[in-house]
Design a protein around this ligand. Structure first.
Ligand SMILES: Nc1ncnc2c1ncn2[C@@H]1O[C@H](COP(=O)(O)OP(=O)(O)OP(=O)(O)O)[C@@H](O)[C@H]1O
Length: 348
């Protein structure tokens, strides 16, 4: 089985994504599809800052990978006419790493800190003061002789990104003037993303073709763009390059992404749950052994999307399939009421 990073339906970026994403990123708020509420609120924050001739408040963006947090941070910088510096929590292991970045920022610069919840504790504490007072204390020396030298910073805008805002310590969360929660995209929004990307990639696509890809993109623009590129390849090799619904279906069959966006791993988990365990409840470890995967792979890679799609539920007694899971795989659930020792799931 592929690792999360190698999956066609992974939310996180792979090497190819990084290479082409720059070309596909919307450059301003008007081009940015969907996320109406975040966009409208952010628009106000930025307009007000521009009116004051000041820097924008610090912004926290939360949401799953691939929903557009990096893109939005670049748009914030562009709308403010400011440069942007991009780094991430795991890259900042020591407070000194952060001090070096902060002290080299230009006035008004946007600092994008991806995976901000993974910063080290001392760096995080330094960030509190930097965000609030635009000042850091640089510690020089060690032990009893160590001294703190205050360093003034130019005003800057921190844009923090996290997959889960709940992971941030409250003192850090409270220092953001604006928090935007990014939602998964509706199919119609993903269709707009796909049409826009097709235009930029010079690919011809019919409305039905875009709808077919959108329906399999798991609410995530990055996945939509990736599936579009794979379908484009297929259309160019097997047909005349035009993406129709039929071409999209054939291409995604080859790549084993089904009509709802499930891939081979997702379906293997569901199939085991339904066929071997009658729909559950079954423990995670047993399910993992049944599909020949690590517990963590099933729990962290396959399950979140299956739960989100309402195909699988995590219960205190184990994993349980929903009626939608049976119909998705074209199987018939056993008689309600279940067999002795394996009670029915949905009551009788
Ligand atoms: N609202 C949107 N409209 C159009 N394209 C979008 C939108 N959001 C994201 N994209 C596209 O999806 C790709 C991934 O977006 P981005 O890198 O901003 O996601 P992210 O949330 O920062 O992901 P990660 O958390 O993995 O860094 C980009 O190529 C971008 O073009």
């Amino acid at each position: 089985m592929p690792s999360e990073a190698e999956r066609l339906v992974a939310g996180a970026a792979d090497g190819e994504d990084q290479a082409v994403e720059a070309a596909l990123r919307p450059k301003d708020l008007d081009e940015f599809v969907g996320q109406e509420r975040v966009r409208e609120q952010l628009d106000l924050v930025l307009k007000a800052a521009r009116k004051r001739n000041g820097t924008a408040d610090h912004v926290l963006l939360s949401g799953a990978p691939g929903l557009g947090k990096t893109t939005l941070s670049m748009i914030i910088a562009a709308e403010m006419g400011a440069p942007i510096r991009i780094t991430s929590g795991p890259a900042i292991q020591h407070a000194g790493d952060l001090a070096a970045i902060l002290s080299s920022l230009a006035e008004g610069e946007v600092l994008f800190l991806d995976e901000i919840h993974r910063m080290s504790r001392p760096a995080e504490e330094m960030l509190y003061m930097a965000m609030e007072d635009f000042r850091v204390d640089v510690i020089v020396g060690k032990g009893p002789g160590a001294t703190a030298i205050p360093l003034e910073l130019p005003p800057f805008t921190l844009v923090g990104a996290t997959t889960r805002a709940g992971l941030l310590p409250p003192p850090l969360r409270d220092r953001f003037g604006f928090t935007g929660h990014m939602e998964f995209y509706a199919p119609a929004e993903l269709e707009r993303v796909i049409h826009r990307s097709a235009r930029l990639l010079d690919v011809e696509i019919e409305a039905d073709g875009a709808a077919e890809i959108a329906g399999r993109s798991r609410g995530t623009p990055r996945i939509a763009n990736r599936l579009l590129r794979r379908v484009r390849d297929y259309a160019q090799v097997k047909a005349d390059g035009l993406i129709t619904r039929g071409i999209a279906e054939q291409a995604l069959k080859v790549y084993e992404v089904d009509g709802r966006g499930l891939d081979r791993l997702d379906r293997a988990v569901l199939r085991a749950l339904l066929k071997l365990f009658g729909g559950g409840p079954v423990g995670l470890s047993t399910l993992a052994v049944a599909v020949g995967e690590e517990r963590e792979t099933v729990e962290e890679v396959a399950e979140p999307f299956l739960v989100r799609e309402g195909l699988l539920a995590r219960t205190p007694r184990g994993r349980v399939a929903t009626p939608a899971a049976w119909s998705h795989l074209g199987l018939v659930p056993p008689q309600q009421g279940g067999t002795p020792g394996q009670p029915g799931l949905f009551g009788s």
